[in-house]
Design a protein around this ligand. Sequence first.
Ligand SMILES: NC(=O)C1=CN([C@@H]2O[C@H](COP(=O)(O)OP(=O)(O)OC[C@H]3O[C@@H](n4cnc5c(N)ncnc54)[C@H](O)[C@@H]3O)[C@@H](O)[C@H]2O)C=CC1
Ligand SMILES: NCC(=O)COP(=O)(O)O
Length: 347
Amino acid sequence: MTLTPERNAIPPFAISMGDPAGIGPEVVAKAWSVREAQGLSPFFVIGERRAIERIWDGPIATIATPDEARTHFSTALPCLQLDMGGEITPGEPNVDGAQCALHALEIGIGLAKSGAAGGLVTAPVGKTQLYSIGFTHPGQTEFIAERCGIARNNAVMMLAGPTLRVVPVTIHIPIRDVPDALSIDLIRTRALVTAKGLTRNFGIEQPRIAVAGLNPHAGESGNLGREEIDIIAPAIEALRADGLDITGPHSPDAMFHTPARRNYDAALCMYHDQALIPIKTLHFDDGVNMTLGLPIVRTSPDHGTAFGIAGKNIASPGAMIAAIRMAERAAYYRSIAPDSATETALD
Ligand SMILES: NC(=O)C1=CN([C@@H]2O[C@H](COP(=O)(O)OP(=O)(O)OC[C@H]3O[C@@H](n4cnc5c(N)ncnc54)[C@H](O)[C@@H]3O)[C@@H](O)[C@H]2O)C=CC1
Ligand SMILES: NCC(=O)COP(=O)(O)O
């Protein structure tokens, strides 16, 4: 995308560091190191600078406000410092680190909501660690939605790479709970937010959505499960009546090969791994998790904390760079076509 005056006017992007013992600090530092080659807009990291110093000997500038990031970005990685106390050892998460990750997330949301940051990029958190300190949301997506005043079902997780975008209708729930969690209403809500999100964040004016079945062969006419007949097909019909360009239910195993992917802009999938296995297979190193339906721009690399490789200097920054770039583009599209209708207030 060509730089435009409007795009340059967007404030620096906030990156919450995630778990300081994970690969978040490393991929942020590595993304900063290639900022010029990659043409990245100014960003700053929110977190404990000691976590970065443990794994990187590049320049870090402590900043007090997001605006200061612009001044320092060309010569040092700007850091909005959070003092967490306690030990930071790559690969060994602890309670202090989980608190710091949550604190950074909270501050990042606030800065994005106020407009001081152009958007929020979240580095990976350890969900087990967060749950251990009393975090009651399934993931960052639902936490950010609540802080933005958006109903949980209206905050939609999309995983996006250069050749595929997927949306899981149900997200972080046990597989045995999936059939009961599916409903016509939930599929409709996810699809409507997805369609608006494709326009608002990706500039796609007439989005095409393909819906996966739940069962093998999309239920084989009811012989291998009835969810397609009772829930998914009626939802698709209702969405067509809403004016959406939408197809399905498709056999889940046959909708991700290359020619099939050309027929849609996003695939609506019934559960987490139905969506995340194809995207991570195709785009592990440049896949981005974006939350649609929020008043703020929020992206994240599609990988996790990778505690097993933290501190070894082998983590790839590819997905983090893609997440920063996708946030920039979304902020740009929103700046040229603002549309507040995407958000739905908390019930
Ligand atoms: N957005 C987020 O905050 C996410 C957080 N998580 C959390 O991360 C933790 C670990 O999850 P896992 O399922 O093990 O997934 P993971 O993505 O952390 O690791 C899976 C495999 O990929 C490798 N890997 C991950 N990122 C890499 C990178 N940038 N460069 C090179 N190799 C990389 C890891 O070494 C590991 O072998 C869990 O607590 C999970 O909840 C997982 C996904 C997203
Ligand atoms: N598997 C995707 C993931 O775990 C990201 O979740 P979130 O923390 O961004 O809600």
